[in-house]
Design a protein around this ligand. Structure first.
Ligand code: ZN
Length: 279
């Protein structure tokens, strides 16, 4: 499932293939998009930049008018591919929703749930993209701002907070679950019950996992010798914890369809600290 690491990698590959190149073809087959004018302008323009923020990917085209931005978001499915012209694709061409063509490379996007084309000015008014929290995988990750956004909603549980892309951007469910296991934090712990150092540690672990996975291959959060044992808790319900042997469990969060997998032995519920009035 695409998380921030997957999209970061896709952006890197697309940037290498496309940045600075002249666009010779631009085709979009997306139900909700009408873009005849922008589409015409993109052909003959150049690819100015390819950027990711969390799970969002933005390709900016320099045209003879305003810059035009293609925004894609993969949710559970969908992926960008890069091929040489004439090379056989790894998926059905009828599943392509966007195809960017240059003389050197062809970049189709397979079944992205979100495809939007807009000007740079329209992007600033977008309902989601400008609201994204600091990108956990980015070189310049702003941990102070991430802490501020986490602590702005202290009553939320940490698992729900980490998945909220307006709080921090790029963490999906698997990285969230593995991060909380490695941090030894019970997923239903309120943000208010974690001090600054604990929250920073959680963010550090998530960042480390995302960055270790940005080069590709199956996602790993466990770096043991046995390469079949890639993760600690994700979808390991009932199997013994690699640390303590307790069976891995799962549970839900209010209003959230994504489950938390956790080890009841390693990630214990901490009693809420009670301030003594006598101090
Ligand atoms: Zn355990």
């Amino acid at each position: 499932m695409p998380e921030g690491d997957t999209i970061y990698r896709a952006a890197t590959v697309l940037r290498r293939a496309l940045a600075g190149r002249v666009v010779t073809g631009f085709d979009v087959v997306a139900p909700k998009i009408t873009l005849a004018a922008s589409q015409r302008r993109i052909v003959g323009g150049t690819v100015k930049s390819v950027e990711s923020n969390g799970k969002h990917l933005m390709i900016t085209f320099k045209t003879d008018g305003e810059d035009v931005v293609l925004h894609t978001h993969m949710r559970m499915t969908g992926m960008w591919h890069v091929y040489r012209p004439g090379e056989r694709w790894w998926f059905k061409p009828s599943d392509a929703r966007v195809v960017i063509t240059t003389d050197e490379y062809v970049a189709p996007c397979q079944t992205p749930p979100v495809v939007e084309l807009m000007t740079a000015r329209e992007l600033a008014l977008h309902p989601v993209v400008p609201e994204l929290g600091p990108d956990v995988i980015a070189d310049g990750f702003d941990v102070v701002e991430a802490l501020r956004r986490l602590q702005a909603a202290p009553e939320r549980d940490i698992a729900t907070a980490l998945l909220d892309q307006r709080t921090v951007s790029g963490i999906g469910n698997e990285i969230k679950n593995e991060t909380l296991f490695l941090s030894r934090v019970w997923p239903w712990t309120r943000v208010a019950d974690l001090d600054d150092d604990s929250l920073r540690h959680v963010l550090d672990v998530a960042r480390d996992l995302l960055r270790r996975n940005r080069e590709g291959g199956p996602r790993r959060t466990r770096f043991a010798l046995d390469r079949r044992q890639l993760v600690w808790v994700q979808e390991r319900t009932g199997k013994p914890c690699y640390e303590c042997g307790a069976p891995i469990a799962w549970g839900n969060h209010p209003g959230e369809f994504r489950r938390s997998y956790y080890c009841p032995g390693c990630q214990r519920q901490v009693e809420r600290s009670v301030l003594s009035p006598l101090g």
